[in-house]
Each structure stands twice: as C-alpha cells, then as structure tokens.
Design a protein around this ligand. Structure first.
Ligand code: BES
Ligand code: ZN
Length: 637
C-alpha cells in the first residue's frame, strides 16, 4: 500500500516540477557540450560504463523522517552503445521495480541483483535492448544506507527538528541512489525532492534560500559531475548571503557565528580565481552541518558541507574552507578517474589551498600550515611502512579488493602537495602557475588518471623547459623523495623552542611585559599544535596541569588543539582530562579528531576498556564512515 502512495506522489511531483521546453533545449545544448571521456575500468564499480553510461539522472525523492527512509525513483538517461544489459551499483537499497522508457511511456523490465560484496555492494543488472536510453529504478533506502545520517532533534543545534545529510564520497552514493558509481563518468542531474513542510532541502545544485511552503523543492545541476558529488541535506536551515555569489547555510541559531567565521569567503574565491582561472560553478555556498559530520569539509559542488568544529570564534580553521573551495578546480572540474588516482584530487587541492592561504594571510602563516601537515605525513609514512600495505605510500595507489577509504591518508594529501611544491621550486612559480592553470583548463569537466597527468607534465612543463625531474619516483615509489622541498619557518621553530624550555622546567608564564606574555591568543592554532607535539612523552603530568591551568587546552573549544592535547594526555598518563575527553567524544563525530584519540587509548589495555565504554555510548551519534573506522579499530560489531 505504502509503496503505491509514494509512487503516486513522486509522479505527481515530477509533473509539477517537470522542465519547460526552453529549459529542455538548454539542457540538451549543455549535455552536448559535455565531453564524454572514454570510460576506464574502475575496480570499485560493477557498472559496464564502456557499453552504456548515464548522462543525466533525474531524481524523484520523498524524505520520510518517521521511517528514516528515502523513497526514490532514479531516472537515468543513458548513452547506449548497443548493449542488452545495464549494470548499476547498489548497496543497502531495496529495489522495487525497474522500468524502461520516458515518464508516461514506462514499461516494466526484468532485473537481477548479484551477490553482495561487503565493500562494493551488489551489481543490479537491468534487462534492456540495444536502443534503450531511459531506465527508471524505483527504490527505497534502508538502515544500511551508509551515506545517510538521520539525526534526531536532540543532536541538532536547535533541538526541535530532525536533520538529514548525505556523504557520497568515495563509494557511498550507491547506498542512497542506484547509480554507475564510478568517478570516471560525469553526469548532469536534476531532482524533485519532497520533505516535511517546516524543513529546507539543499543539494549540490541550484538551491533555495528560503523554505518552500509545500516542502517541495526542485534542483538542477547543469554541469557534469561524478556521482560521488551528488548530495542532499534536509533540516531547519537559514541562509545568509556573504558576497556576490556566496553565502552560508546553517541552523538559525548558528547563522550569526557562522557568518562571522567565514567572512573572508568572497576574498577566498577572488584569490582562487586570480591563481587558476574563473570559478566555474556560479554560486559558492557553505553549509555548516551538525557535529556528527565525519569530515572537516566535503566539496559538494556549489555547496560545500562543513563541520561545526570549524566555528572556533577566531577564524583559525578557515583553511578547511580554502581547501573545499580549491576542490572546485581540483576534484570537481578535473576529477580522479579512479580512487587509485585520489592524489590528483587531494594533492592538488592541498597545494592550491596553501596558495590561497598564502595570498590572503601571507607566507608565514601558509608555511606554518604546511609544516604541521608535513609532520603528519612523516608520522603516517612510518605507520604505513610498518603495516600490511607499505605500497600505500606511493602516490598512485592500487586499491582493488579494498575499500577506497583506505587511500584517504596523508600520502594523497600531503605527499601529493609536496610533489607539486617541489616541482614549483624547480621550475619557478611563474612557469608553474601558467602550467597549472592550463592543466585545469585542458581537463575541465573531464576525469583523468595519474599516467595522463604524468604525460601532460612531461609535455607541457618538463620537456619544453629542459628540466629533469624524478616524476616516476614521486608517483610510483615509496616514502618521500630526497629532493622534497624543505620548509623553514622561524615562527614554528620559536614555539618548538618554547616547548623545550617549558619541558626543561623554565617558567614560561613568568610576569613580563604584556606583549611578551604567553597567552592562548599569542599563537595561532597550528603554532599551538607544534608546541604540544614538541612536548616530550615523559613529561611530568604536573607540568601538563600547569598548561591547562594557564591555557585551558582541555576546554579550549578548538577541536584541533583538544585532539592534540588529549592524545598527549593519554600518552603521558595525564588522567585529569578524562571527563573533557569523554564529553568531546560524545559530541564530535569528525573522524580526523576522534580516531587519534581512540587509537591512542586502544594502545594500552587499561585505556582500551575506557575507550570501548565511551564508544558504546557515542557510536549511535556518529556517521557510518566514522563508525566503520572505529568498529575496525576497537574490534566491535
Ligand atoms: N573530499 C574530502 C573528504 C573525503 C575524501 C571524503 C575521501 C570521503 C572520501 C575533503 O575535501 C577533505 O579532504 N576534507 C578534509 C579537509 C582537510 C584536508 C582540510 C577533512 O575532512 O579533514
Ligand atoms: Zn579534500
């Protein structure tokens, strides 16, 4: 019964929101402009992209908070090269029926769901004929739809309304939309979404700035994107414009703080455009989500998803926004064709992020940020090299048979960025910038692999300038090559000296001239991270208590500092921080923060029990991405 009601209402919705003929012509023109790449074999998708590929998806969705389910129809418009089967990726979806043909002329067709793989999900093979171009999949999401985070009102800032957001990257789109879930294909999309009347729906597409009276919303994404960038949020949301083509969404009670924190948004877009060419997505908005969001940010086109831990009240974590904005070029415009080429997304983005930070806040700040990341890279290389997959320190990964999430390490991000920094140093910034700008322009709206980049680099930068460079070593060999640029930062060194002096017993808080007093405000977040990292692991816990008394790290409200502090506290046995640490883990779901804390706890038997106890309570509040990582670490579930 239920099923028919939803099909009926979705169809009604579709007719209400269906495009006019002028729009259809516009869409046709745009779709024709899209250069369809020769799809390549992607080990993380079952789809037969070489035979048939989606060029446009129209989604009819109804979001049901009572049952925590999305009822959907995914209407695929395909380019068919003459095949009789179309294979889609699905995971945690209940498929109800599949039809062929345009709306109004649909006919049921046969389909088979293959064997479920724990990582990839299952292939959905649909019976078609060689001329089929419209395939409509009627489905329902389930509690195993890992992309979806359904939040009860108590987990939101306003505490009155439920909330939903999706996370598609890397291969979670298949858990809420049946798709050919490979980044090697690009599609345009449109959607008609129905949500409860008092909530606003937003997607990685054209967005409303106010709630609709009916709870019905129509979306268009006319530029071709990989499906991992399809995203949806539903909640009690408000918008504030911050500049010409940018603004912020969040829950009403947070809007003021969020607007203040991201006041430099317009400046960042201008800086990015000055570096590498026009912003191609018209609008750039940021939505600050609830605390369970597993990432710092996610570059959903036109609408970056951001973590509320960025709202520190001092604008000190704004580089995450620079990062997500940079993805509007690296990642969203030029996309990794497979997850083995992930560094093409993230390495370029970290490099670009640092350039945006440099142009707005100066080289001194940019260098401190880069050095903090470099320390993380060095540590992670040691860890990976001693593990089961030492080859994960190559930029070009080989993740077949594994979860692409395994590739989300500092290698792609920081080794990737230092590869580009090293190239920049070798050829000079001027030439390098011309090269990068041309690279984005050449491959915009395409997907590429590492070897395509390797050739492009040789032909367009190295050979014409007669430069010898160890490209192969950077891409296909382990660790950090010897010619990697070294960053020297006097400010960084100064806090490290201060940390040494403190741990050697010097009273760094002694009264002196006001401007020399050591206060929390004296240094930026990343300088404090350098300071904390430099403290020896055998430091007397009484010393740590002094730091907490003077600088209040354990309650600083800055999640970067708190994470670093809790890790040190666990390693040194400074147990006073337990209540704050527990509160932190109960509230925040960002994996980058909670993982190091649980990991450090798990190292000692007596702390492991404590970790498991907290995790049991906190787990329901985390997104599936964080749950999966912690489940594996703590060997629960
Ligand atoms: N695209 C990533 C997040 C991601 C990567 C999600 C792979 C799923 C799979 C995003 O741009 C990112 O890198 N976020 C970082 C930001 C940081 C490097 C500034 C994060 O969340 O910490
Ligand atoms: Zn990123």
């Amino acid at each position: 019964m239920n099923k028919y009601i939803y099909i009926f209402s979705s169809l009604t919705l579709f007719f209400l929101g269906s495009c006019g003929s002028q729009e259809a012509a516009e869409y046709e023109e745009l779709a024709n402009k899209v250069i369809i790449n020769q799809p390549i074999r992607d080990a993380h998708s079952y789809s037969n992209l070489d035979e048939i590929q989606t060029k446009h998806i129209h989604l009819d969705l109804e979001v049901d908070f009572d049952n925590k389910s999305i009822y959907g129809i995914a209407r695929h418009e395909m380019i068919n090269r003459g095949t009789d089967t179309a294979i889609f990726d699905i995971k945690g979806l209940e498929i109800q029926r599949v039809t062929l043909g345009e709306v109004g002329k649909e006919e049921n067709t046969g389909y088979v769901i293959g064997i479920e793989d724990v990582i990839l999900g299952a292939p959905l093979s649909v019976e078609i004929d060689s001329s089929t171009t419209f395939i409509n999949i009627y489905y329902k999401t389930t509690t195993s739809s890992g992309a979806l985070d359904w939040l009860d009102p108590k987990l939101t800032a306003g505490k009155k309304h439920p909330y939903l957001y999706t996370q598609g990257q890397a291969i979670l789109t298949r858990t809420w939309i049946p798709t050919q879930d490979s980044p090697s294909n690009r599609i345009t999309y449109s959607a008609d979404v129905k949500v409860p009347k008092d909530l606003m729906a937003l997607m990685s597409a054209t967005n409303p700035t106010e709630k609709s009276e009916t709870g019905e919303y129509h979306f268009e994404m006319k530029q071709a994107i990989p499906v991992y960038l399809i995203a949806l949020t539903v909640g009690d949301l408000a918008y504030k414009k911050l500049g010409k083509n940018c603004g912020v969404y969040t829950e009403p009670s947070m809007l003021k703080d969020v607007s203040w924190e991201f006041a430099d948004l317009r400046k960042m877009i201008a800086a990015a455009e000055k570096l590498y060419g026009k912003y191609q997505w018209e609008q750039y908005d940021v939505i600050v989500l609830p605390y369970s969001f597993p990432f710092g940010g996610m570059e959903n086109p036109r609408l970056t998803f951001a973590n509320p831990t960025l709202i520190t009240g001092d604008r000190s974590l704004i580089s995450v926004i620079a990062h997500e904005l940079a993805h509007s070029w690296s990642g969203n415009l030029v996309t990794n064709a497979t997850w083995d080429d992930f560094w093409l997304n993230e390495g370029f983005t970290v490099y670009f992020e640092n350039r945006i930070m440099e142009s707005i806040y100066g080289k001194e700040v940019a260098d401190i940020l880069a050095l903090i990341e470099f320390q993380e890279l060095e540590n992670e290389i040691i860890e990976i090299s001693g593990g089961d997959h030492p080859e994960d320190t190559y930029l070009k990964l080989a993740l077949n048979g594994r979860d692409p999430d395994d590739g989300m390490t500092s290698i792609a991000y920081v080794k990737g960025a230092f590869f580009l920094k090293t190239l920049e140093e070798k050829v000079g910034r001027e030439k390098f910038d011309v090269f990068i700008k041309k690279y984005f322009d050449t491959y915009k709206f395409k997907t590429i692999t590492t070897d395509v980049f390797e050739k492009y680099l040789a032909q367009n930068l190295l050979n014409p300038n007669d430069i010898e460079f160890n490209t192969k070593e950077w891409l296909y060999e382990k660790g950090i090559p010897k010619n990697c640029v070294k960053i020297v930062s006097p400010r960084f060194e100064k806090v490290e000296v201060l940390a040494n002096e403190f741990s050697n017993g010097k009273n760094i808080f002694k009264k002196k001239k006001k401007k020399d007093l050591i206060t929390r405000e004296k240094f930026i977040t990343q300088e404090w991270l350098a300071f904390i990292r430099k403290l020896p692991r055998n430091i007397d816990v009484k010393q740590l208590a002094i730091l907490d008394e003077k600088l209040n790290f354990k309650n600083s409200g800055n999640a970067e500092i708190m994470t670093e502090w809790f890790v040190l506290a666990i390693e040194t046995g400074y147990l006073d921080v337990r209540p704050e640490m527990e509160k932190f883990l109960m509230k925040i779901g960002r994996r980058k923060f909670i993982l190091p804390i649980y990991k450090t706890l798990a190292k000692k038997k007596e702390n492991l029990a404590f970790a498991k106890e907290i995790y049991k309570k906190a787990r329901p509040y985390y997104h599936s991405v964080s749950q999966k990582t912690m489940d594996e670490l703590l060997k629960v579930n």
